[in-house]
Design a protein around this ligand. Structure first.
Ligand code: NAD
Length: 341
């Protein structure tokens, strides 16, 4: 049993903690929180041991009636692997803590690539993280792009990818983010950082990305154009994606026209928090003109990286190969949306 600690219990951390608990080969040591807010209350209600991320603030938890199992130092010491889910930039500050305890660490995509030995996507480069001391699970957008570009490149060769990322302004709970009434080129300079981030997983794929931000919270949407090295039919691409993991082809006729209905479908399907761990690709959008393949996909930023974190833990431990790890992760979490049974 791999003992896993989760440092930072926000949007990503709470989902990673639940996913760890679901694994047959992992145990959750506990979660570290800076403040005794509603998320600390959630952790306590689920029976997850709470650790103080900032030891000086420990009495605040006691004042709120939340018992602590120790400090973040104790959490790291008791863990075989720690998953750092703290806000962007804090992970890099925590690196020394994990090194002091000789505890392998998984970082998130908000950190720079050099925070870890390797950037990670289970479908793209699982083997590169096997036995490493640390891995960075790439961002939600890079995860979504790696999942489609890997099979396209392996099967047909990718000559050039051009992607426009229409990004949500903030997560639903991020009330301070925007825009609230605008459409922003973001960044206005081209290319955006997403292409180089994809290259941390797929160094040989030629990709340019353009970023935008819109007044939405539910999901990101990608407009994708991939020039392949050979001419194919749209039906071939659909078949390829149907055989892939973690891709949900939104069926024609489903009447799912955007992120709102996708999230409602996830809720109806009983997904925890309405999470969509899979890329949601509109099947009807998959179009090929000669060697140019086009599609739209929606990415649930709060959850698509969660299975990747679980696989990264196994890769660092060297416990399983990519196929075995991804299968265990998916079966234990219930990943894979079967539209008609
Ligand atoms: P979040 O703000 O929702 O959660 C971060 C949690 O860490 C909060 O509970 C915060 O109180 C806590 N925290 C702050 N300082 C800490 C410290 N020093 N030690 C321990 N905990 C601390 O952030 P998030 O959205 O979960 O993002 C976490 C990471 O995941 C970032 O690198 C982010 O870029 C990445 N990521 C986020 C998303 C997303 O859409 N939310 C998607 C993919 C990747």
């Amino acid at each position: 049993m791999t003992q896993v600690g989760v440092n930072g219990y926000g949007t990503i951390g709470k989902r990673v903690a639940d996913a760890v608990v679901a694994q047959p080969d992992m145990e959750l040591v506990g979660v570290a929180k800076t403040r005794p807010n509603f998320e600390a209350e959630t952790a306590a209600r689920k029976g997850y041991p709470l650790y103080a991320a900032v030891p000086d603030r420990a009495d605040r938890f006691e004042e709120e009636g939340l018992a602590l199992a120790g400090t973040v130092d104790d959490l790291v010491a008791a863990s075989d692997v720690v998953v750092d889910c703290t806000p962007s930039g804090i992970g890099a500050e925590n690196r020394a803590l994990y090194a002091d305890h000789d505890t392998p660490a998984v970082f998130q995509g908000g950190e720079d690539a050099d925070v870890a030995d390797v950037s990670f996507n289970a479908r793209g480069n699982y083997a590169e993280a096997v036995g490493a001391d640390s891995a960075r699970v790439v961002s939600c957008n890079t995860t979504g792009l790696s999942r489609i570009l890997t099979p396209l490149d392996e099967t047909y060769g990718v000559e050039k990818a051009r992607v426009t990322l229409v990004r949500r302004g903030g997560d639903p709970g991020q009330t301070g983010r925007g825009p609230i009434d605008d459409i922003l080129p973001d960044p206005v300079t081209i290319p955006s950082h997403h292409g180089p981030d994809v290259n941390t997983i797929l160094p040989d794929v030629d990709i340019d990305t353009l970023g935008m931000k819109v007044p939405a919270t539910l999901m990101h949407t990608h407009s994708v154009n991939v020039t392949l090295e050979e001419a194919v039919d749209a039906a071939d691409v659909i078949d390829l994606f149907e055989d892939e993991r973690r891709l949900f082809l939104v069926p024609p006729g489903a009447d799912i026209d955007g992120a709102g209905k996708l999230k409602e479908f996830a809720d109806d399907a009983g997904r925890p928090r309405g999470d969509l761990w899979e890329n949601c690709i509109w099947e009807e959008s998959i179009t090929v003109e000669g060697r140019d393949c086009y599609l739209f996909q929606a990415i649930h930023q709060e959850s698509d990286v969660v299975p990747e974190n679980v696989d990264a833990v196994r890769a660092l431990r060297g416990d399983a190969d990519a196929e075995a790890s991804m299968t265990t992760t998916e079966e234990s979490m219930g990943i894979g949306l079967d539209y008609r049974g």
